[in-house]
Design a protein around this ligand. Sequence first.
Ligand code: ARG
Ligand code: ZN
Length: 878
Amino acid sequence: MYRDTPHPIHRRDYRPPEFLIDHVELRFDLDPDRTRVEASLEVRRNPAATRGDGTLRLHGEQLDLEEVAIDGHRLAPAEYRVEPDSLTLQRVPDRFRLDTRVRIHPNLNTALEGLYQSGDMLCTQCEAEGFRRITYFLDRPDVMARYRTTLIADKGRFPVLLSNGNRVEERELVDGRHLVSWEDPFPKPSYLFALIAGDLSAIEDRFTTASGRDVVLQIFVEPHNLDRCDHAMQSLKKAMRWDEERFGREYDLDVYMIVAVSHFNMGAMENKGLNVFNDKFVLARADTATDEDFQGIEGVIAHEYFHNWSGNRITCRDWFQLSLKEGFTVYRDQEFSADVGSRGVKRVADVRLLQAHQFPEDSSPMAHPVRPDSYFEINNFYTATVYNKGAELVRMQATLLGPELFRKATDLYFTRHDGQAVTTDDFVRCMEDVSGRDLMQFRRWYSQAGTPHLHIEAAYDAERATYSLLIRQAIAPTPGEPDKDPLHLPLAIALLDPQGRELALRLEGEPNAGEPGTRILELRDWETRLCFVDVPVRPVPSLLRGFSAPVQPRFDYGDDDLLLLLRHDSDGYSRWNAARILMQRVLSTMIADPEAEVPGRFVEAFRGALTDPETDKALLAEVLTLPSESFLGDQMETVDVDGIHRARNTLREILGERLVEELLSVYRDNADVERYAPTPDAIGRRALKNLALGYLMAAGDARALTLCRAQFAGAGNMTDAIAALRLLVDHGGEDGTSALEAFHRRWSKEPLVIDKWFSVQATSSRAGTLGIVTGLLQHPDFSLRNPNRVRSLVGAFCTANPARFHARDGGGYRFLADRVLELDPLNPQIAARLLKALIRWRRYDAGRQALMRTEIERILAAEELSSDTFEVASKALE
Ligand code: ARG
Ligand code: ZN
């Protein structure tokens, strides 16, 4: 905890470590109250570093130091210095063994970093800098060591003792205690260390790698959860096979373990051979988990598995390079999900996520490059920019190189840097070396923050049969970066004729026309002029196909052009985008004028799409979903909270009324009674059906209410149950109350389902929601100590209920600030993350601005504040 201003860490200050640690031997005497940790480190000078004066400063926080010895000689307290964050030894030899013994207190660890207690088990989270809460160490990713870990604990309470690598010893001790030792043959940075102690059961499977090695796969959970691990196991096996086929990557240990824990700050963690997961991303059964949960599990299981190569075998030199592993691994998990599911739908979902989280971040006071230049607290930089924009940068490189060269480049990356801690620059260099291309300008994507706008103008010359484009880039200043440089990016484009067919494209100066289809143009300058020749008719451009670059395109489409794209474009992103521009147009008219009519042709287009038998149902559900209130706000000069909410509700109601028959038949046609399966087709049908039910309920149709009640009462899966519950709660009255009661009664023993029960109430658009959410803080099931629970109530209210969170009287803001202040001493990471809901305060009207500012100032004025929360609050006001 800091009161005096924490100091920022700068990327330019990176120096190679003066000392290296080759081998670590750890011995844990585990007990939730007080655990003893003995560490034996083989330390030597780093020949590659400039020679200093022989001072070794090890990281360490919240450790009770009991003993230090060098080469077996115990040091007197005068021979070392202990500070709150370090242990310093002067004039150490060039090579020596350092032994330390410390005590730590897992059950007092509410920050969930380092070794902590979750329910009855003990577990660890070391990324980014949690290992220093376990023992004194050079806790930085460029120090890679081999680990041997011995765990000792009471056998009755902790029959299962796990750590990284292979189990090498196991024996009984006196007093009902036992000992298990693990050895990890691969050198790793300390952030990949993990241990687990608990009374756990496992499902087990096997996997034979491409080269014929046999791997044991285990998923450890509390015994009562054993019946909901199948989906995670299937996902793991799919991911292992896919990585062999698509990237040529094989698994490298004899055992791969996953453990589900109920208290976890993030999604999951890729510790070598021993992934630790937020149980939300492991446990699924048709009746307890939604389609979204099933897809989330598949994606996150794959993501952590893929880290074994993109992250563990090759790691980051320093935390500024975080996107090296995260951006690349997100790209890999996106591609995996696209291959095993439906590619077009997956791309739309990823773009929607990027626009909902990364674009806003990129225009906020916390805007930062994919490779940041400085931070106060690295945990604040596990962001949509580092993860999702980072993935887009990898995707653009794949597009620029094409599939064959890109695969060659990743092969080179994996062989050239195996066992090393490297930089995003090293990654790009592999792309260059393999392709012979110069990506110097492309590297700006890593160092420059902000979302580029692409302003595109077109002119058709019927006489000369030419179609010319003028494309201008513009990038608004971001904090600390007043001037921007133009970026190198791939713009995928097609031209459609009035029947929606793709034209063959030929640029001025080219000898002949190519095949009809997509063309990748490369932009490099602030302004690019292009001219297509032999264009027989005025075309409709299909721009930024597949969302080929993370930019905001602006093109002045006529409504007819958009209707044509919506009907005919073969590119899923482009169709979805056309629908969204149309919806946004209608909605902005309605926001400006509450009396505005909804144009008939818009309703007809919607009807056309709704009844289109050709299109993938999941894509249709995406296309027919109105843009979110937050997205609409992002498009406005000043967010009109109430106008957006009103207009969106009105449009839902009008569409529900005018299309009632079509919506009812879509509902009926897709209301399966078959056994639940999370297949892309079934997921799409449920999404479309529940979307239809939502429009019908918005219109207040009596038949809809009957259907909704029946769906809630009879649902055979959580997707349908929760969709109906949400609609009933929004409908209100006795229907909402009794459904909530029934739901709680049925699922009271299932924490992940109770999270949903909290979320549904927190995101209800009903007027009294803040009062209900405040009341729920006192509910016996609520706890500030469980991050999933905090996210399900407080997080959901503050980030997914804009109309209520941004209530004009500032009640939502006060509620959030109160929670941040309560949480900060307990769990700084979660507190800081919640606070991000306030940082875009300048986007609102003067009244709301003042209210939000007051709350941020109140937080900054607190007696003690973590560096996490301090960084977000102070940057918000800069
Ligand atoms: N490396 C993990 C993942 O993305 C994220 C862990 C981050 N944890 C944290 N406390 N910052 O798979
Ligand atoms: Zn990751």
